[in-house]
Design a protein around this ligand. Structure first.
Ligand SMILES: Cc1cc2nc3c(=O)[nH]c(=O)nc-3n(C[C@H](O)[C@H](O)[C@H](O)COP(=O)(O)O)c2cc1C
Length: 412
């Protein structure tokens, strides 16, 4: 059970906040609601009062009959200041739906409405679920404001895509569904205990590079990017500011993460190099080509007249070694080693020492059903202190184990 403070702002999707409160209370949480005046044009406060069993506040000067208490709590003896009392007691402050207007206020630190001043007064976790027309959502001002709010520490629950409120319009901007909101709330509550990457910058590489043979063919590998995306998603959930350099990944972007798309090993090298100095933690989960065709053709190589074909390969730059050579004190560097069968552990330990890494995540790619392009993984995390075997689990759970190893190696 958690005490949830819900800020409802003035969009059509305010009706979904009603369904969210029903789900949250059925799941055992207690809820108090703050509303902007605009939101009361969409859903009357009486609705939220009836389903939460508590008064709704919309104005700082309005007395709170419950004196900042949540349903079931004893009534405090003193008269509190409304925007301070409720967030102080809340385990989580959720703003859903969050309008473009309110997100702008949050980004600027304005305190001209109770929903926004409660946000400034909140020193606990905050979740913001935007909802608006797709043109408003993609406007550079909104993009900037959302990024600012995220950088300030709130978890953004990204809107979905589909039919929008205005007749005939479709696109991004629909409020996440009530069950998705509740999932995000429960995940954030579970992460509360380990918001242990807050304030850190984490750079993750993911996917597999493709090295052109000609205009249409390439030398590539089977990496899907799932492991790197799971690390990026979990690092963001644990409070980090995350950039993922994604090589040919066809998965949805992890929520709250900046994605830089690349194709070849050289592009990946340049993108990682540009972000590395500002990075506290580097996790190189991408499968980067060791060799590339020495002289790729600019057109498409014709089959006619060829009995066979030889492609000459040349080595690529070892990105991790290059970055490690310029690492500064305090940075934590994690590499991956995809090894096959016997001697895997020795190879991983060799890589750890040779490349001066803090950890190497060893994947034994001879085991069926894990690693490349699979949902699960089973790894051994090799560090200077020894080895930690992580039995087969979802890549998201494996990602948390890797991040635990990172946290253990952060400077105190
Ligand atoms: C019918 C209608 C629907 C609206 N829907 C949204 C919406 O979904 N998202 C949004 O950002 N603004 C929407 N607006 C505009 C906001 O209500 C307006 O920006 C208001 O100032 C928001 O105030 P608040 O952020 O204090 O709640 C809508 C306005 C109207 C009239």
């Amino acid at each position: 059970m958690a005490r949830l403070l819900l800020g409802v702002t003035g969009g059509i999707a305010a009706y979904k906040a009603v369904a969210f409160v029903r789900l949250a209370t059925a799941a055992g949480h207690v809820v108090r609601v703050l509303q902007t005046p605009a939101s009361q044009r969409f859903v009357a406060p009486e609705t939220f009062r009836a389903i939460t069993g508590a008064p709704v506040l919309s104005d700082e000067f309005q007395p709170d009959p419950l004196r900042g208490a949540f349903p079931g709590d004893p009534l405090p003896t003193h008269e509190p200041i409304s925007h301070l009392a409720l967030v102080e007691r809340a385990d989580l402050y959720v703003i859903a739906p969050a309008t473009a207007n309110t997100i702008a206020a949050l980004a600027q630190g304005r305190a001209d409405a109770l929903v926004a001043s409660a946000y400034l007064a909140a020193d606990g976790p905050v979740l913001v679920a935007p909802a608006m027309n797709h043109r408003m959502w993609h406007h550079p001002a909104t993009v900037r404001n959302v990024a600012r709010v995220r950088d300030d520490g709130a978890v953004i629950v990204p809107p979905g895509s589909g039919r929008l409120a205005s007749l005939g319009e479709a696109g991004d901007g629909r409020l996440a569904e009530p069950d998705e909101l509740l999932d995000a709330v429960e995940r954030r509550l579970a992460d509360g205990a380990r918001h242990d990457l807050a304030g850190l910058r984490v750079l993750v590489s993911a996917g597999g590079t493709r090295e052109p043979i000609d205009a249409v063919r390439y030398v590539g590998n089977r990496s899907s990017g799932r492991m790197g995306y799971a690390v990026a998603e979990r690092a963001a959930a644990r409070g980090a500011r995350v950039t993922v350099v994604a090589a040919n990944v066809a998965l949805p972007d992890p929520p709250g993460v900046d994605v830089v798309r690349v194709g070849t090993a050289e592009e990946l090298r340049r993108a990682c190099s540009a972000a590395f100095d500002a990075t506290d933690v580097l996790v190189m989960a991408a499968a980067v080509a060791d060799f590339r065709p020495a002289t790729p053709e600019s057109g498409k190589i014709k089959k006619q007249g060829r009995a066979g074909m030889t492609v000459e390969l040349e080595p690529t730059t070892d990105v991790l070694s290059e970055l490690s050579a310029r690492r500064r004190d305090g940075q934590v560097l994690v590499g991956f080693a995809a090894e096959h069968g016997d001697g895997a552990l020795g190879h991983a330990r060799g890589k750890l020492e040779r490349k001066r890494l803090d950890a190497v995540v060893l994947n034994d790619v001879s085991v069926p059903g894990i690693a490349f392009d699979a949902v699960d993984n089973a790894v051994t995390i090799v560090t200077a202190d020894g080895e930690r075997i992580v039995e087969r689990a979802s890549k998201v759970d494996v990602a948390d184990e890797i991040l635990d190893a990172v946290v253990a190696r952060l400077p105190s």
